[in-house]
Design a protein around this ligand. Structure first.
Ligand code: NDP
Length: 342
């Protein structure tokens, strides 16, 4: 079994050289009486939050470390789609397709009670079940509908709008009848948002020198909802352009993950007088609406109302570059690595 590890804790921007591939010999047969499940990983998720697990404790940004740390030399767990090779757990049979917590490796041995479920692909590509129809999608759906509580016609701004979560938020918002503006880091992404995904406007934030003025030009009457994926100065600019009773869902602050000195410091007087609600959230808070999210999103995909963007690299060896690329804007849509064919 080959798998990806970090060589040492990663503080600051990640590089490919922070990672290596280790090998171990594992048996693909279970010992008598074992209740483990051995799966062959097919597609694995590549997510920005993993960087926060890789930091050394002293540089951790938060006193609350909700995600278990990743230690040098140890396997790294992630969401993915896999096929059962052997199982002593009566819930799974050999050759079942499953989705759940696997690893950045060729095989994963999952203990009973591990986060794994049988997967019915419902006619969709298996890769959809890594992001769009799994946690990225749930994050977008729950963050937008439950946290932002949108109404038809409201004005919505999304950052990292061509990314895994962002491009879905923008499309849910358009389907509800909102005015939607997104920002992204290349002109190619901006064109995609406007021409393929139906955003009303999009802009390349790297080319703007005055973000407050830029947002003012797209939202002369104010922003009702800001779906924040990036934090820092974009959050500050959004707060200064929010409408009365605006809502900000803080989904993530990727621009702060690799730079501990960088923090959003929005004008709190604005927050008070405009009665802005700023709420962080985790997708895992919303597992109770997973079924609703899944059926709504499947309908939108089947009717062609939503277009998922995926960015799939091939092979275990591509994981370090795929992961590092998230922090340099190299992905368009959900970043996934395909480890093996079914
Ligand atoms: P994306 O697919 O959006 O990939 C990351 C993107 O972020 C890059 O492509 C890049 O696009 C942008 N980016 C990278 N560095 C910076 C920077 N310094 N400043 C501004 N933008 C940057 O990732 P996800 O959709 O998976 O995640 C988006 C956010 O949502 C992250 O903050 C993540 O941690 C968070 N998240 C939160 C969850 C929750 O439960 N709360 C669940 C899943 C994700 P660009 O070209 O536009 O710069």
């Amino acid at each position: 079994n080959r798998y990806v590890v970090i060589k040492a804790h990663v503080d600051g921007p990640p590089k490919e050289s922070h990672f290596e591939i280790k090998s171990e010999v594992i048996s693909l047969e279970l010992e008598a009486g074992s209740e483990d499940t051995i799966v062959k990983n097919l597609y694995v998720s590549i997510d920005p939050y993993q960087i926060n697990r890789m930091k050394s404790y002293s540089s951790s940004q938060s006193s609350i470390n909700l995600a278990a740390p990743v230690n040098p030399g140890e396997g790294i767990d992630t969401y993915g789609v896999a096929k059962v090779v052997a199982s002593g757990n009566p819930e799974f049979q050999k050759d079942d397709l499953v989705a759940g917590l696997v690893s950045w490796g060729e095989y994963t041995v999952i203990k009973p009670g591990g986060l794994l479920k049988k997967l019915d692909p419902m006619g969709f590509p298996l890769s959809y079940h890594v992001g769009t129809l799994a946690f990225s999608g749930l994050t977008a759906y729950a963050g937008f509908f439950q946290v932002c509580k949108p109404k038809k016609g409201e004005k919505v701004f999304v950052s990292a709008a061509s990314g895994s979560v962002g491009h879905l938020v923008g499309q849910y918002a358009k389907l509800l009848g909102c005015y939607v503006v997104g920002c992204a880091g290349t002109d190619e992404k901006v064109a995609l948002l406007k021409e393929k995904l139906g955003f009303d406007h999009a802009f390349n934030y790297k080319e703007e020198t005055d973000l407050k003025a830029t947002l003012k030009s797209y939202f002369p009457e104010g922003i009702d909802i800001y779906f924040d994926n990036v934090g820092a100065e974009m959050q500050e600019a959004a707060v200064s352009n929010m409408s009365l009773f605006g809502r900000i869902a803080v989904c993530g602050v990727i621009s702060e993950y690799t730079n501990t000195g960088r923090k959003a410091s929005p004008d709190m007087i604005d927050v008070v007088y405009k009665r802005i609600k700023i709420q962080g959230f985790l997708a895992s808070d919303f597992l109770n609406i997973f079924t609703e999210f899944l059926s709504t999103t499947c309908d939108h995909l089947l009717t062609g109302k939503m277009k998922p963007l995926e960015d799939i690299s091939d092979g275990l060896e591509s994981i370090p570059l795929a992961f590092v690329g998230l922090f340099y804007g190299q992905n368009i849509g959900k970043k996934i690595v395909k480890i093996a064919d079914e």
